[in-house]
Design a protein around this ligand. Structure first.
Ligand SMILES: *Cc1c(COP(=O)(O)O)cnc(C)c1O
Length: 463
């Protein structure tokens, strides 16, 4: 290594990485500088003459100390984020080192086999049909897109329309049905696919944000022709999972394609204690999830899974004269994802699943839910604090003083305090604090210290 130009650079990066990770559990969670300060440090004109690589790494690392939010900290509860398991991060370094174009088997037999295996493990873990097609994409946005592209292909193919060749001009109309609480990325995927958002029929949801199966049944009775229904496992506010067994029975009866956005909620299937929450999810035709959230691989990695592998492949495959694609059992990733050249993002998934095993994954998921309940319990014991959702998974909605302004002030106060970080939302017209426990490293102590910090801010505001 001493004579390799990589040696000094990688050692420098290694040192900076370890220093960053060492500080992570205890540092002020929020960023400490604004855009102007970062621009002053980083935003010079493109230099005419280059600089030594180590010096560039030093500059970046110094600014990262103050310009990053510690979102892989065990006390980061914003959005649904998740950290990075040590083995996942290390595997991700290897991915960059190998620098494989993971698009086709011929360029990387190793990655093709690793991703093929990780795909099989995920179908086993979630107990979904083993013949499903699987693609590793950048996140659940693209997983939703990929699955809905397969759905578009599948429902139109069944009535004799080849959407890949003919597009949507002159195509039979496809009914699009989604929960009133579906994630915004479903709408974005529908835009990308040429369906637009205006035509989406929204099914009313219940007080926890679950799609109402009775309302879906009523709506389906009025629809004719090809239909795609988008349900959800894991409401981004409450964590609630749609009644998937009932929904699956309805969509099957009507011959509709059922897609489930399970960005984080699908992981309930990895726990024997929680899997009944997602009972019936196996009835769906496609499933989108994330690995960079609850599995705690580094950004970015989502997973698209489609029961009808031929529809999945037909919607995604690329062919070109110069491509050497396989005819046998070897896996070409380009057949399953929107990307052409791509990062080997299935490798950290493989490493994490293998290092944890079924037991470790189950423990990871159950731990997140335990900590969420722990925080809800501490917070709700305080007069004036109310938990707005049934804490069934890893999400908690909290309201302070039954007042929008107080709730928002607690959120900004906590962000400024820096012990932990969380964001806000609006739930049923009320401002609420949103807690998501998605990090592998969040201990009981982290959850306790964070809940106390939240209460300290609330009491301070009360005076
Ligand atoms: C996070 C999330 C998404 C989007 O996933 P990305 O990985 O950010 O693309 C979609 N649906 C749900 C329910 C989510 O929680």
């Amino acid at each position: 290594m001493s004579h390799s130009p990589f040696g000094p650079m990688l050692e420098r990066a290694h040192d900076h990485a370890l220093a960053y990770l060492r500080d992570l559990p205890d540092r002020h969670v929020d960023a400490r500088v604004d855009r102007e300060a970062l621009l002053a440090a980083l935003g010079s004109p493109l230099p005419q003459r280059g600089e030594p690589g180590e010096a560039v790494l030093d500059v970046l690392a110094r600014q990262a100390e103050r310009g990053t939010v510690a979102c892989s900290s065990p006390r980061y509860f914003g959005f649904v984020i998740g950290g990075a398991y040590p083995v996942a991060l290390a595997a991700d370094w290897l991915v960059s080192t190998w620098d494989q174009n993971a698009g086709i088997y011929v360029i990387s037999p190793l990655v093709a086999v690793v991703e093929e295996t990780a795909a099989r493990w995920l179908l086993d873990l979630f107990d979904l049909p083993r013949e499903s097609g699987v693609g590793f994409v950048t996140g659940c946005q693209m997983a939703n897109f990929t699955c809905l592209a397969a759905a578009r292909h599948g429902v139109l193919r069944r009535i004799g329309w080849d959407v890949e060749a003919n597009g949507l001009y002159g195509a039979p109309r496809v009914n699009i049905v989604a929960s009133a609480e579906s994630h915004i990325t479903i709408d974005v995927a529908l835009r990308y696919l040429g369906f637009g958002t205006k035509a989406v029929r929204r099914v009313e949801s219940d007080e926890q944000g679950r799609m109402r199966a009775d309302r879906l049944a009523e709506m389906m009775a009025t629809l004719e022709g090809p239909t795609i229904v988008c349900a959800q496992a894991g409401n981004v506010n409450t964590g609630a999972i749609d009644p998937l067994r009932e929904i699956g029975a309805i969509t099957q009866k009507h011959g509709a394609w059922l897609h489930v956005d399970g960005a984080f909620g699908l992981w309930a299937r990895a726990s024997r204690g929680l899997r009944e929450l997602a009972d019936g999810v196996e009835l769906a035709d496609s499933w989108a999830t994330d690995a960079h959230k609850w599995l705690n691989v580094p950004y970015d990695c989502g997973v698209a899974m489609v029961r009808h592998a031929e529809d999945h492949r037909a919607a995604m495959t690329s062919t070109a004269a110069y491509l050497i694609q396989t005819r046998g059992a070897e896996r070409d990733a380009v057949d399953w994802v929107p990307e052409f050249s791509r990062r080997a993002r299935g490798v950290p998934v493989y490493a994490t699943l293998r290092a944890l095993g079924r037991d470790g994954i189950e423990a990871l998921i159950e731990r997140g839910c335990d900590r969420a309940r722990q925080m809800a319990k501490i917070l709700s014991a305080e007069p004036g604090v109310r938990i707005l959702n049934d804490v069934v998974l890893n999400q908690v909605l909290v309201r302070f003083g039954d007042d929008d302004e107080t709730t928002r002030n607690v959120i900004t106060g906590v962000q400024r305090d820096g012990t932990c970080w969380l964001g806000g939302t609006t739930w049923h017209g009320m401002a609420a604090m949103r807690i998501s426990v998605s990090n592998w490293g969040t201990t009981e102590d982290d959850a306790g210290v964070s809940a106390e910090a939240i209460l300290r801010v609330f009491r301070g505001l009360r005076g």
